[in-house]
Design a protein around this ligand. Structure first.
Ligand code: ADP
Ligand code: MG
Length: 286
């Protein structure tokens, strides 16, 4: 399958907007944080334009790691942009923690495939950006940044600039930066899609470790079925464009999970099921 090419300009401007929005929204955290996507459709370019998403509804319970897979161009990124508050739905709505999404907000952290770090800031300053905008005092900021630097294994790189880092390291900074805002929900759009397979495996392990510690609600888009099954509690399969939810597959594989799982019969059975769901979509449309 083809990996989507990140639209770096779009992503850079989006990252900027998200960060500016960080302090615009006071957020009441509660244990009922969740995502509800209600009858969402998205058409690009007016009424004669492209129907990208067609009447999608689903919910993500608190603390669930929910993965979305689907053929290229089916609207996965569009759906995440809607949830981030960066696009407006043509109809329907998305609620996060009971509040309708109209704009980016601190309770939704986003990690893109392309690297959307601020190139002129050090690793530490990138991670610190959100807490600083919120007016958090310097000693507390330092503590939080140190904690996340350690969790993503970048303590020794705190004073490096993004251009001095590998692709995997940049994504680790992006994850740390998102977490430093203490979001209720993490929106991740093929965050490891541009990485080589070894780095990808390392990043999957790291994300599992971080997620098992913080238990955020995650909406994670990927092309990679093994990645979906390794990470997810549930996998939503989208149809080819216009994107609809075609099926959902529960991943009842106990945690903590390790990458050796891919050899287990239950994993292989789920993989076969997902492959067949996806292949139907690709065959019918190409
Ligand atoms: P995916 O992430 O699943 O590959 P996207 O959400 O990026 O899919 O795109 C879904 C569809 O909408 C594609 O056909 C794409 O070409 C189209 N699309 C995406 N962004 C725009 C845009 N800004 N204007 C017009 N069409 C778009
Ligand atoms: Mg995409």
């Amino acid at each position: 399958m083809v990996i989507d090419q990140p639209d770096l300009d779009r992503e850079a401007s989006v990252a900027d907007k998200m960060m500016q929005a960080v302090d615009q929204q006071a957020v009441a955290m509660s244990t009922s944080d969740q995502i509800a996507v209600e009858n969402v459709s998205l058409r690009y370019g007016g009424s004669a334009g492209v129907l990208a998403i067609d009447n999608v509804s689903f919910t993500v319970p608190d603390n669930e790691f929910c993965v979305i897979v689907g053929p290229s161009g089916c609207g996965k990124s569009s759906l995440l942009y809607l949830a981030a508050g960066l696009h407006d739905a043509t109809s329907g709505r998305i609620l996060v923690n009971g509040h309708e999404v109209f704009e980016p907000g601190r309770e939704r952290g986003m990690v893109f495939q392309g690297y959307t770090l601020f190139p002129w800031l050090t690793v530490r300053a990138n991670i610190e950006y959100g807490p600083k905008r919120r007016g958090m005092a310097a000693p507390e900021r330092r503590k939080i940044v140190d904690q996340y630097l350690e969790e993503v294994g970048l303590t020794a790189f705190a004073n490096h600039y993004p251009s001095q880092l590998s692709g995997g390291m940049k994504q680790r900074v992006a994850i740390a930066r998102a977490l430093a805002n203490d979001p209720a929900v993490l929106l991740m759009d093929e965050p490891f899609g541009a990485l080589d397979s070894q780095t990808r495996t390392t990043m999957q392990k790291l994300l599992l470790r971080v997620w098992e510690r913080h238990h955020k609600t995650v909406l994670f888009v990927t092309h990679d079925i093994e990645e979906a099954l390794l990470l997810g509690d549930r996998v939503l399969v989208m149809t080819a464009r216009p994107g609809r939810i075609k099926a959902q597959v529960k991943v009842n594989i106990p945690r903590p999970r390790t990458t050796n799982l891919i050899l287990e019969p239950e994993f292989i059975a789920l993989k076969r099921q997902l492959l067949s769901l996806l292949h139907d979509e690709i065959d019918e449309n190409h």
